[in-house]
Write a protein that binds this ligand. Sequence first.
Ligand code: ZN
Length: 490
Amino acid sequence: MKRVLLAGLGVVGIIVVVLAIVIARTMMLARPPAAAPAGAPIAVNAIGVAQHLAQAVRFKTISYGGGAHEDEKNAALDAMRNWLAKTYPNFHRVAKREVIGKSLLFTWKGQNPNLPPVLLMAHMDVVPVVPGTEKDWSHPPFSGDISGGYVWGRGAVDDKGCLIMILEAAERLASTGFTPTRTVMVAAGQDEEVGGAGGNGVIAATLAQRGVHFAWVLDEGGMILDEPFPGVLRPMASVSIAEKGYLTLELVAHGEGGHSSRPTHDMAVVRLAQAVLSVVDHPFASGLDDIQREKYEAIAPFVPFPQRMLLANLWLTGPIMDRVMETQPELAARLHTTIAPTILAAGIKDNVIPPEARATINFRLHPRDTIESAIAHVRKAIDDPKVDVIESKESPSEASKVADIHGRAYTFLTEEIQRSFNGIPVAPDITTGATDSRHYLGIADDVLRLDPFHFAPDDLHMIHGTNERLAIRDIGPAVGFYMRVIQDWK
Ligand SMILES: [Zn+2]
């Protein structure tokens, strides 16, 4: 009896301690950390910049991934580079310009060229408009219309938006006779939307050969979220400190071919179907990582008490968050390596059993997995000697290293964001797609990603989708942001 009573008291004691920790942590995160003070306003002629962006949108630099359209795209890239030279004469005067492939690399030599340089990146190419959806656009996708407070068109955000803002910032500083303390480079890729091998892949290899090593690289990828958490209507900058890896595997199943009137128990199509199901039914390890934990801790001060209790105590509530995130593909992709079967191929005629069947599966690797470990995982899941697992040559890349959020680059960028965007909170995140910045991972201390534009939850659909547009009110702060980044980095 006494023992039961003691055990009961023990349990009560544990509950009291856990509750005390939960409440203490919730109280601790009631207030956001101090933000950098707002910087002196930088006046920008947003309409003038909008007109430049509109012109940039009109160049049909569409990446189809080779084929018949390549000449058209190259001509558009040539025209766009010439237009950039005319539009940004002061920057072209102070910076060395190199055309590498069809891409651009600018080197703006700093006063202290011995310090590691920094790299600002964007890409000139855009994804195609899905045939049949042109009519859904409020303004034709390559019109570059300026209407209703927006610049409309494919690439207005991704990524001519970033490119034009970077060049406007550099042009303005160059026209005042400013010289950066450190060397600033700007890279504008030609083929990011199809892997970037011919553009930034070559630029990065060239720079590696020259022995260039960057203090940091800033590319597209993060964003300013108007609603960073359901119900939290307070903008927050989400800076991407890592990027998922990319792997495509082809499964080739073998079986007995022959006449369909005499099927055997060894058919390639069935074997393949089982293999695909086995892969999908063996998901990769999943769960909140340090990046997501940091992100939710940064959001915690801005949510009501009950939700804050959840976000401030992920050591206890992590499994609940995992389950919530799993229900939303965009968030679930942050928890684990994703598995997406994309192509199936077998057979040539309805009455012929094919001896071979193929499936293509695309994986986006979480930093806890590698290409090698993912392939081993897939082979083990399939466990069938008559199914070959072949690595596709489709630009595989490991997940990126994770930038240090206590490091100089992230701290610097956080301050510049807060100076430029009214002291908004900044949180880390991971980019679930692939960007050109991955080519620089080997020659940079830190790689960070941000599109300095506001996104409402619905706006995410326009990237690679319909009605892509950039708000003119985003232009001034974005140009000011890049100006500060160039000016303040010492
Ligand atoms: Zn992009």
